[in-house]
Design a protein around this ligand. Structure first.
Ligand SMILES: *Cc1c(COP(=O)(O)O)cnc(C)c1O
Length: 428
């Protein structure tokens, strides 16, 4: 039944398979705890000898149904939900990198992730080397150190909209005996499945397209089960040597390559940090997933139409959208994103910061928000919001021009979005 099932069907029906007389919709198990007949039964759970639920800080059935759907969509072997995308990326890296370790990351990544890596995880003793997507092979090679534990990138970077050459970075990671972790938030598995191109771990901010309605913050981690930790036991002792906090269990031995990474992240990181997604939010996330394939097609159609309109308007100084033939990442998009990328377009307005601010104020349909990937079109002018403290020169150095507008096309009629942009440009 699961064999050869197409992605649209998995969006609707994956993960939860009710039995005779059971609820059709994913049940919300709104319970912190679970009852057992004997202490011995519960003891087996604590020793990881039996699988089951005992406390929702670690695991909850509603979350696991929804994680199983995302796991199927990405083609992985195990998955877990987290309370946010930030928690997902933190867990994915911290599960294999400890104090004294090093990680190679693309520099074109989400600002929150960049801060997590360069400030907070650095304080924990983990060092990061940031590489441009345009780095040479020599620069890529030179970034690795004996204590490197992973390579990290985003399929479509937020907000730079650069497309990751997944095969290239997977090959480099594997050559150095470490996994490639890919944040697939903007593409979603509907448009790209990084595991098929060599990625080992996939993460998501489900807050974006997966939820799709601005309803709940959440994250997810999917393991491909393909990375052989046991080939490098000295690099990954947490997965390949006994965990004394669970009576000496060795994750790779007990749970195999398919289950070791997610079981360790649940048993250790979820236990100790508790960044669990609420079952209510997991339920809402699943409603979003049921229409993800339908919505992504419309987000992309609208993104393409808006990008093409902007590219043809001489009041616009530049447009970044990998679906445009002139875009610097168009060839990568044709390879990795043949059915479309996402609905986010960034562009500049001639006249600089002042013109961009006026344009934003003139918009009627598109709302000014610190959000993307929503059913409702939203936009942000980084120079007057997220990057407000920077001078024009500092903005340019950070790759954010003062006139840059990040425009996230929703699910409205594309002609209405273009009309809104036209009238906002006319009124500058
Ligand atoms: C938003 C975002 C995150 C962070 O996710 P939250 O759910 O807001 O914590 C991580 N990665 C990417 C690519 C994002 O767009």
């Amino acid at each position: 039944m699961k064999k050869k099932q197409r992605i649209e069907t998995t969006c609707v029906q994956g993960g939860y398979h009710p039995g005779n007389g059971e609820p059709r919709q994913v049940p919300i198990i709104q319970s912190t705890t679970f009852k057992y007949n004997s202490s011995a039964d519960m003891g087996k759970l604590f020793d990881l000898e039996a699988s089951g639920y005992f406390y929702t800080r670690l695991q909850n059935p509603t979350n696991d149904y929804v994680a199983a759907k995302i796991c199927e969509l990405e083609g992985g072997t195990a998955a877990m939900l987290t309370s946010s995308g930030q928690a997902a990326n933190f867990y994915a890296v911290f599960n294999i990198a400890n104090c004294g370790d090093h990680v190679v990351s693309l520099s074109a990544i989400y600002g929150g992730t960049f801060n997590l890596f360069s400030v907070t995880m650095k304080k924990m003793g983990i060092d990061f080397t940031f590489l441009s997507p345009d780095c040479t092979d020599e620069e890529l090679e030179a970034a690795f150190r004996p204590n490197t534990k992973a390579v990290f990138g985003e399929t479509i970077a937020n907000p730079a909209l650069r497309v990751l050459d997944i095969e290239r970075f997977a090959k480099a990671a594997h050559k150095h005996g470490v996994p490639l972790i890919v944040d697939n938030t903007f593409a979603t598995p509907v448009n790209c499945r990084p595991i098929e191109w060599g990625a080992d771990i996939v993460t998501h901010s489900t807050t974006k397209y997966m939820d799709g309605h601005g309803a709940g913050v959440g994250g997810c981690i999917v393991d491909s089960g393909k990375f052989d930790w046991t080939k490098y036991p000295e690099k990954f002792p947490g997965l390949c040597t006994p965990d004394e906090s669970y009576h000496g269990v060795v994750y790779t031995e007990r749970f195999g390559l398919g289950g070791a990474f997610i079981t360790k992240a649940t048993a250790q990181l979820m236990r100790d940090f508790g960044s669990i997604q609420s079952p209510q939010n997991a339920y809402l996330l699943n409603l979003g997933l049921e229409s993800l394939h339908v919505r992504m097609a419309r987000h992309c159609e609208n993104g393409q139409a808006v990008a093409e309109f902007l590219a043809g308007d001489d009041r616009i100084s530049f447009v970044t959208y990998c679906g445009l033939p002139g875009d610097r990442d168009h060839a990568l998009a044709e390879k990795y994103l043949p059915n479309g990328s996402c609905g986010v377009v960034s562009f500049g307005i001639k006249g600089g910061r002042a013109a961009a601010e006026k344009f934003m104020g003139n918009l009627k349909l598109a709302a000014i928000e610190t959000h993307v990937a929503d059913a409702r079109t939203c936009c942000l002018h980084p120079a007057s919001a997220t990057h407000r403290q920077m001078s024009d020169a500092e903005l340019v150095a950070a790759g954010v021009s003062p006139d840059l507008v990040r425009f996230s096309c929703g699910l409205e009629n594309k002609e209405d979005l273009i009309d809104d942009i036209k009238q906002a440009l006319d009124a500058i």
